[in-house]
Write a protein that binds this ligand. Structure first.
Ligand code: ADP
Ligand code: MG
Length: 139
């Protein structure tokens, strides 16, 4: 489905609806340019999962782990590979991302997933495009 978001709060609302319709998948890849709204979307996911901490783009670390309060997910893992030129899967594995991906009670959301090898798991891809009128979010 394609949605148009005109402001950040519409993006967080969309993210909340998105979480509710996730089926078995617990791995979400967010694709789109810088400033397109990916991190804003993660903030909405976090709200939906009852995360109490403030979600920010990881600046020096590339992965943040949040405790969730949700019927299905106990944890939200936010990975942002923007600053990495290229990451080999082994390096991502060292972060423990794969263990989180394998854990059905953890929702893993990855910004700039193009910078790692594609996971073999079932994934949901959310695409972000933006122009002057708003953000187009497709999933
Ligand atoms: P990304 O993670 O894709 O780089 P961010 O979510 O960090 O993007 O930043 C998006 C920026 O665009 C924020 O400064 C936000 O305030 C602004 N913005 C304007 N309109 C929207 C919208 N409809 N959805 C999300 N962010 C928006
Ligand atoms: Mg971001």
């Amino acid at each position: 489905m394609k949605y148009i978001s005109h402001n950040p709060s519409q993006t967080t609302e969309l993210a909340q609806q998105f979480v509710e319709q996730l089926n078995k998948t617990s791995l979400v890849l967010l694709k789109g340019e810088l400033g397109a709204g990916k991190t804003t979307f993660v903030k909405g996911i976090a709200q939906s999962l009852g995360v109490q901490e403030v979600v920010n783009s990881p600046t020096f670390i590339i992965m943040n782990v949040y405790e969730a309060h949700h019927s299905r997910f106990k944890r939200l893992v936010h990975v942002d590979l923007y600053r990495l030129e290229s990451v080999v899967l082994n390096q991502v594995r060292e972060l423990g991302v794969q263990e989180y991906i394998d854990d059905q009670e953890t929702l893993v959301v990855i910004e700039w997933p193009e910078r790692m090898e594609q996971p073999s798991q079932d994934v949901v891809v959310v695409r972000f495009e933006h122009d002057d009128t708003g953000r187009i979010i497709t999933y």
